[in-house]
Design a protein around this ligand. Sequence first.
Ligand SMILES: [Zn+2]
Length: 699
Amino acid sequence: MLDKHQGARLANLWDDGKAAGMTEPEKLLYRSNLLGSDKRITNYGGGNTSAKVMEKDPLTGEMVEVLWVKGSGGDVGTIKMDGFSTLYMDKLRALKGIYRGVEFEDEMVGYLPHCTFNLNPRAASIDTPLHAYVPKPHVDHMHPDAIIAIAASKNSRELTSKIFGDEIGWLPWKRPGYELGLWLEKFCQENPDARGVVLESHGLFTWGDTAKEAYETTIEIINRAIAWFETENTGPAFGGRSKPVLAAADRAAIAKKLMPVIRGLISAGESKVGHFDDSQAVLDFVTSTSLEPLAALGTSCPDHFLRTKIRPLVVDFDPAQPDVGNTLAGLPEAIATYRADYAAYYERCKRADSPAMRDPNAVVYLVPGVGMITFAKDKATARISAEFYVNAINVMRGASGVSTYVGLPEQEAFDIEYWLLEEAKLQRMPKPKSLAGRIALVTGGAGGIGKATANRLMQEGACVVLADIDETALEAAQTELSTRYGKDFVRSVNMNVTSEAAVESGFGNALLAFGGLDILVSNAGLATSAAVEDTTLALWNKNMDILATGYFLVSREAFRIFRSQKAGGNVVFVASKNGLAASPGASAYCTAKAAEIHLARCLALEGASAQIRVNVVNPDAVLRGSKIWTGEWKEQRAAAYKMDVDELEAHYRERSMLKLSVFPEDIAEAIYFLASDMSAKSTGNIVNVDAGNAQSFTR
Ligand SMILES: [Zn+2]
């Protein structure tokens, strides 16, 4: 049996009511979004759709045939109208006259911009000729798990004809490009009644006379494959289970231990972000007898291995006799061996004009009985790589259940991975931001300074975990930041920094979310005001608990992670002018802030040998957006200075040397400086951001 979600048939979601009145390009968009909404039909970014439409030529006013086809780098599930490229069909056909043969097929990509219709700036993809030369008005190219399972079986041609008869043809493996477009055209000319074709080791092409017919054919053909697997693939998944599955809490606990260590070992070139997946499809694979042999074969569909590397690393861990210490001790060698194997693969397969070897580290780490860990340059890429490997698992499950699974031949895989056209795409990517791949945890993350800091770090590409005790504010902050920067970049954890257990579990959740930690911004705070003779022990302890003990607890946890990661680390404390300068009627607060500053100095000393930097930002009177500066404290301060609360902001401004108000964004800027490589050679420092206050000059 295929797993449950793969076993269910695809629903036909076409709605005539919705499609009525749509133009052909609108129907193409509608069909594309429907197809891409289900990962069983095609993986993220994979596959493409097209329509050949008659349009008025802006130059001549005559009606001409135009190919609308998904442009380079798009995703059919989320594509919008501007994601399609548009090209003159007569010019695309004219390209045949200048084609010099398969060994020159890559040069044809350079001619595609010459075929652009209506100055459309969307670049045409490498797959454009595949759509142009199929002599049908509407063409779908998908990467469905159930079809690739057939396409990646040893006898895929035979299986295709057994399941689909003459309706669906079969073409041997061929790298997508100009030549494959000509093959498809020839196939259609020789088989005018065929409704589609399976491409070996790759995916499916289907077509129709209308957008609806193309869509329904695609769904029908995939459903037929799913149904066939339901009746034929009835044995145990992957030849049966040979290892136990650990309980969910144990799986998470082991992932939290492994992820920072792996991250540290593979992040020398660029910081990486992790993703953990222990879904049922993954667990079936990582507990099976076939785990090692199938993983070694690598993935099949080109899209799959471009995202997951040619093969995963199977971590040496025995769920029957769990010994994480032993696994951790073996990781450096296992990862070094993977890198050496990758370098050997590069050397074996490279050609005279191949680009230089890229990062030789694995993307996918399979942990028997536990799940799958993926690492990439950012969270979205790590998450999508995991999705792709789940696609690959589904493919292996189907193929190995009915036949023998075959990965793509090594040289073919290499030629795609190091394709000069792929390299050109990589070269066009924008330069990474200054904190790309970095992971930060900000305590008091839902408040004024905390949220401004998270915003500043995310602006520079960091992933941020917001930690706060205010559940409502936390939710609002996460929503705000994920709307601005994308869901993948932000998580939140409820954390009372005075509770040892809450701090440990909050950092654990952060590890599970992103795989490590680079930056701790300890910012949670409070402020109280009372004459010393009126300061209760409870009030004194509250200040000490949050501002001294709380800063100790979060730093200790961060240090533990930094040391297991072995990649340095960065701590920024948000203290206060009052940690250096005495203030009337606030002895508990001022003393606790002084303790906090001295803790930072001690930690700077202790962390230096491990490249862990610890610095302090001292704000003063940041009223806007602050939860501290509401209610009591504000009234008490106003009373201490014998003024109205509304006069406070002006009072602080006038009191400062520069006569300026200090805002959360000003503090965030200093924190960003200390958390970034701009301050790589600074530790044990205090940066005052208080608009100037002679009393708090450091000395
Ligand atoms: Zn494809």
